[in-house]
Design a protein around this ligand. Structure first.
Ligand SMILES: *[C@@H]1O[C@H](CO)[C@@H](O)[C@H](O)[C@H]1NC(C)=O
Ligand SMILES: *[C@@H]1O[C@H](CO)[C@@H](O)[C@H](O)[C@H]1NC(C)=O
Ligand SMILES: *[C@@H]1O[C@H](CO)[C@@H](O)[C@H](O)[C@H]1NC(C)=O
Ligand SMILES: *[C@@H]1O[C@H](CO)[C@@H](O)[C@H](O)[C@H]1NC(C)=O
Ligand SMILES: *[C@@H]1O[C@H](CO)[C@@H](O)[C@H](O)[C@H]1NC(C)=O
Length: 674
């Protein structure tokens, strides 16, 4: 029993002690709650906020954003006991930031640390009243308001300082004490000013020991200055009520700032005031740097400079686009590889410069050009206004480009522009044969050269007539269209007129084109055929051997028509008199006789009596003897002049496409170079 009693006493004692300890602990807790607090960021804080104020995610307390005429308040929810019988002292340390919409611009109106008898400041005004005062709380002691303002706008009627300032306000927005924001650096021994609107966090200390109210400012990285910015003797017992709330207010007007509080520590004594952990404070969102406005004069100058430059560039672009513009149609796609760009031809011929011009005809000019890799070309530039028939013509040009024979001038391709067609062929360095036959300044070709050239052209024609996939008619064989390559080989050029017929097609359905003197008589009735090419070759052959043109109206009547004249001479047994006197007798009589007779055979008026080109080749190479015939054989030496005028007058319906064919007649066959 005794034991149990002592046990119960011991238990009671223990219980008692636990109770006492609990009590002490509770008292301490409540005492601590009333004497101070610290917030390193506000995400856990239970503050009273109103107006524009809010706690942003991340713990930043935003009192106002940049909306006009706003105010915002934030208060610690428990009031503090400022019973005059006890100490009225308090100490606070907070970090704030005033961020105008654009850095470097003005902002408004500012932040105030407020000690107020009520958390309800809804009667207060925004703007210069800082969300703390209104027009009637100007010095009335019933307000019981203390504010430490960081005011960024000068208010004339409040006798405020020019620039953003720090002030102590008691019951009135008119400060009883104010100063330009700065801190005293003991290291440097001088005051260093602070820009309130830099957007950088600013530390503020407000210390009241019961008689002196000190206010200090410093940037975040600076320790609390030894000397306060403001130090004012105030007896707060005359202002405060028994219970006072502590908090912040901020306002905007026409001038705006984001007003932020980053952290806050408050204590009723120096010892209770806990230090802020600056490293835990939230980040302040900074606006983008305001772009420096360019002076209007400079902008004007730049515009004045830029516009002409743009106009010139635009002009150059349009000019170049126009200069190198081409006509390109969908049907040309298949001819892609044969198509030259105008720009490349323009470059090759030095912009179709005069020094590159090697010939000029009625409707077009011929230029020598050099493509990259030193490839020489001849560009025939033809003007026309007929788009009609162009498709067929280009098709022919391209097909001709596919013909390959060592005695043909290779046609490389073409280019089309509006009103212009450019034909590109290989450049023949020695020009055309007629220049050597008829121009005394050039050396006269020798007999062997002439025979060799005749063989070349006969071989080329034979190829066109029988060797290619299609029968190709040249239709304009003459000395001017026979080109000479670097080795003086004859090469048949100027295919423009040629038309293509599939083997076995009706050869008579054709247009009539050609040159007077080389045109077979049946040309205007039955049209072009391989036989009309043979006729033209015969005329050309006689031209080469006799060194004169088939028709020369200036000569005596008996000599005007070459074919007739040669035949007459044969009748009189003086056939060799028709041979070019420039040869000076340098020829083989037997061969000369044969060749002249071959010329007459080819120009037989009756097409069926003319040999085929294959036979002509054999005759020329002496592989085959000429058939027996005399100058009296029908059809031999019968020259019937055919002219374009005549054929036009008859109105040949076979001109499939009159405008284009006429163009062809007049231009392409001028020969390149004269
Ligand atoms: C400012 O905050 C208010 C809400 O308090 C909001 O309606 C308004 O859009 C905000 N203004 C700006 C400029 O952020
Ligand atoms: C000014 O504020 C006080 C409270 O501080 C309020 O009683 C009074 O009505 C307000 N005056 C005006 C003009 O709003
Ligand atoms: C620094 O500022 C304080 C308060 O504004 C002023 O009293 C003091 O004379 C200033 N000191 C210097 C060195 O400017
Ligand atoms: C206020 O500042 C003065 C020096 O200007 C100093 O002597 C005094 O102790 C300070 N008071 C408080 C409460 O910090
Ligand atoms: C402050 O004012 C109260 C009442 O007016 C007075 O009792 C007290 O002594 C004053 N305190 C100081 C330090 O002057």
């Amino acid at each position: 029993m005794k034991f149990s009693l002592s046990l119960s006493v011991a238990m009671a004692c223990t219980l008692h002690m636990v109770l006492i300890f609990s009590c002490v602990y509770l008292v301490c807790l409540s005492a601590q709650q009333e004497t101070g607090f610290v917030y390193n960021g506000f995400d856990q804080a239970d503050l009273f906020v109103d107006g524009n104020a809010m706690i942003l995610p991340g713990g930043l307390l935003q009192l106002t954003n940049t909306t006009e005429l706003q105010m915002g308040h934030a208060f610690f929810k428990q009031p503090f006991d400022f019973d005059p019988s006890s100490s009225l002292s308090f100490y606070t340390h907070f970090v704030c930031a005033l961020v105008p919409p654009k850095l470097g611009a003005d902002g408004g109106h500012g932040i105030a640390f407020v000690v107020s008898p009520s958390m309800d400041l809804s009667h207060a005004y925004a703007t210069q009243y800082m969300g703390v005062f209104n027009s009637s709380t100007t010095g009335t002691s019933s307000s019981h308001l203390l504010a430490i303002e960081l005011d960024t706008v000068k208010t004339v009627e409040f006798n405020e300082l020019e620039k953003p300032h720090v002030g102590i306000d008691v019951n009135s927005p008119i400060s009883i004490e104010s100063a330009l924001p700065s801190y005293f650096s003991s290291e440097l021994g001088k005051n260093i000013s602070i820009n309130l609107l830099s957007g950088e966090p600013i530390q503020v200390w407000v210390d009241y020991d019961g008689s002196l109210l000190n206010v200090s400012l410093a940037p975040l990285e600076i320790q609390k200055p030894n000397r306060p910015l403001l130090s004012r003797a105030i007896n707060l017992s005359e202002i405060f009520q028994d219970k006072m709330y502590v908090g912040f207010s901020a306002s905007t007007g026409n001038l705006l700032s984001n007003h932020y509080i980053l952290g806050w520590s408050f204590g009723r004594s120096k010892e209770v005031l806990r230090t802020l952990d600056l490293s835990k404070l939230p980040q302040v969102p900074l606006p983008r740097e305001e772009k420096k406005k360019l002076p209007p004069l400079l902008i004007g100058l730049v515009v004045l400079l830029v516009i002409p430059v743009l106009m010139i560039l635009g002009g150059v672009y349009l000019y170049r686009r126009n200069k190198f513009a081409e006509v390109r149609e969908s049907w040309e796609k298949e001819y892609g590889p044969h198509r030259f760009s105008y720009k490349s031809l323009y470059k090759a011929t030095n912009g179709f410069g005069k020094d590159c011009r090697i010939g000029k005809g009625g409707f077009g000019e011929v230029y020598k050009g050099t493509l990259p890799l030193n490839r020489h070309i001849a560009v025939k530039r033809l003007t026309h206004d007929a788009e009609q028939g162009m498709k067929q013509f280009v098709a022919e040009v391209v097909t001709m480009g596919n013909l390959q024979h060592r005695n043909l001038v290779p046609l490389l391709g073409y280019c089309r522009r509006k009103g212009e067609l450019l034909l590109v062929s290989e450049y023949m360095p020695n020009g055309s044969l007629d220049q050597y036959l008829f121009h005394d300044q050039n050396p006269s070709p020798s007999w062997l050269q002439r025979i060799s050239i005749l063989k070349d052209i006969a071989s080329a024609l034979s190829y066109l007539h029988t060797g290619a996939k299609q029968v190709v008619l040249h239709r304009d064989i003459k000395a001017a269209n026979v080109m000479l390559d670097s080795k003086f080989n004859g090469r048949l050029g100027d295919f423009g007129m040629a038309k293509f017929y599939d083997h076995g097609a009706n050869l008579s359905a054709t247009a009539t084109v050609g040159t007077v003197g080389y045109m077979a008589p049946e040309l205007i009735t039955t049209g072009a055929s391989t036989k009309t090419d043979v006729y033209a070759f015969g005329a050309f052959l006689l031209e080469v051997i006799s060194g004169r043109r088939p028709v020369e109206p200036g000569l005596p009547v008996g000599k005007q028509y070459l074919v007739k004249w040669v035949c007459e001479c044969w009748k009189q047994g003086s056939l060799l008199e028709t041979i070019d006197p420039r040869l000076g007798g340098g020829f083989l009589s037997m061969e000369a006789e044969m060749v002249l007779k071959l010329g007459l055979l080819c120009t037989n008026a009756m097409p069926e009596s003319r040999p085929a080109m294959g036979q002509v080749v054999q005759y020329l190479s002496l592989d085959l003897p000429l058939p027996e015939f005399s100058p009296y054989t029908p059809g031999i030496g019968a020259f019937m002049p055919v002219s374009m005028e005549a054929s036009s007058a008859i109105g040949i319906p076979r001109l499939r496409n009159s405008s284009f064919s006429m163009f062809v007649t007049h231009t392409i066959f001028d020969g390149h170079g004269r």
